[in-house]
Design a protein around this ligand. Structure first.
Ligand code: UDP
Ligand code: MG
Length: 348
């Protein structure tokens, strides 16, 4: 975004904020406690520069705020950096015992945040800070959930865009009719009541984007330009994205199961017709020995379909298995809080 655009956006934001304060539909508390949750996996380099800027931005929204960094089993010194930052800024650290994945890091963040409203954002600068006043303005207006809609693709590859297009097309046909916005992610603001509902959901396989949509509430999307990741690399490769997509599909739609039933039914009908054809042919023309090719193709095709269906079924059974085991979604190794003197320095 060039400087001109940035300036325009700031003016727009200021007007927005003012309008929101004057035309309040829902009574919001005057100085809410803002909780900002940042899942971080090997983000030491980004956090050092992000936290001071984020604090400046949050302080403009409310004098009371804190940032909760969830260190998702990083191999670099993310936790040490967070602890150092906690000496100067209202930063809390929740360190996982190992890498549990972003969805679980977000879940832990929501469980532990103390905010009256909660902002979820990535540590890598892909979620621009100057959108936060707009998020806040909409919350003041009475929206319970405000989310960012990605414009531009950041450093996303072609295959990833294609893959996610396919995924959302499948999710759009979800039988549970959960309206998923294709370009919406985890960059969002949630009111405390939304957080409470999300925390109360008992499921272990958590596909957060689906859960945000499932809970409902008064929601609005705001477009934002995806920035490039500043330092480090994306933690999501093709394998992890496929895993996440499978979690999303199996938690929110039984369409694959229905598809395999439909394909099975179709093949059964075709087989009966083919059987009748062979019967008639034998009655009219007598026994015909050749035909092994038809047999071989038929058997291998049917075996393929059967294995595929068992695989689809297995995915759902595996999810049931995960749920009945009732293991926690994450294990916390250590928690580090900032001293109250940090708040006094910040005038909280
Ligand atoms: N992340 C995490 N655990 C992981 C992978 C990523 O907490 O196992 C965090 C990461 O530090 C970042 C956010 O989730 O703050 C988004 O991750 P990333 O930038 O790797 O994903 P992308 O932007 O490519 O979707
Ligand atoms: Mg990123």
């Amino acid at each position: 975004m060039d400087d001109m655009n940035r300036e325009e956006q700031n003016i727009f934001t200021a007007i927005d904020c003012q309008a929101a304060k004057t035309s309040m539909i829902v009574q919001r508390m005057p100085e809410p406690f803002i909780g900002c949750v940042i899942p971080a996996y090997n983000e030491a380099d980004n956090l050092v520069s992000l936290i001071p800027l984020l604090c400046v931005q949050l302080a403009q929204l409310s004098p009371k705020y804190e940032i909760l960094i969830v260190d998702d089993g990083s191999q670099d010194n993310t936790a040490e950096v967070a602890i150092k930052l906690a000496a100067d800024y209202p930063v809390r650290l929740l360190q996982f015992a190992r890498n549990f994945g972003k969805e679980n890091a977000l879940t832990a963040g929501l469980d532990h945040t103390r905010g009256d409203l909660v902002i979820l954002m990535d540590a890598d600068f892909q979620h621009p800070l100057d959108v936060l006043p707009q998020f806040f303005a909409y919350w003041l207006q009475g929206f319970d959930m405000v989310y960012g809609i990605r414009k531009g693709s950041g450093n996303e590859g072609v295959w990833r865009r294609y893959f996610s297009g396919l995924f959302y097309a499948l999710m759009a046909r979800s039988v549970n009719k959960v309206p998923l916005e294709a370009n919406a992610g985890d960059f969002r603001l949630l009111d405390r009541k939304v957080v409470e509902v999300l925390n109360a959901l008992p499921e272990r396989s958590r596909y957060m984007k689906g859960l945000y949509a499932w809970v409902g509430f008064k929601t609005i999307g705001i477009p934002f330009q995806v920035e490039h990741r500043r330092a480090g690399t994306s933690g999501f490769n093709l394998w992890r994205l496929s895993e996440l997509a499978l979690t999303g599909i199996t938690s929110f739609t039984s369409l694959p199961l229905r598809l395999s039933s439909a394909v099975g039914t179709l093949i059964a009908i075709l087989s009966v017709l083919f059987g009748l054809y062979i019967l008639l042919k034998t009655l009219i023309f007598g026994v015909d020995l050749p035909g092994w090719a038809t047999l071989a193709v038929g058997i291998s095709f049917l075996s393929g379909i059967q294995l595929l269906s068992i695989g689809v079924l297995g995915e759902y059974v595996a999810r049931i298995f995960i749920e009945v085991k009732q293991r926690p979604s994450y294990v916390v190794d250590r928690v580090h809080d900032y001293a109250t003197s940090v708040l006094q320095n910040k005038g909280n």
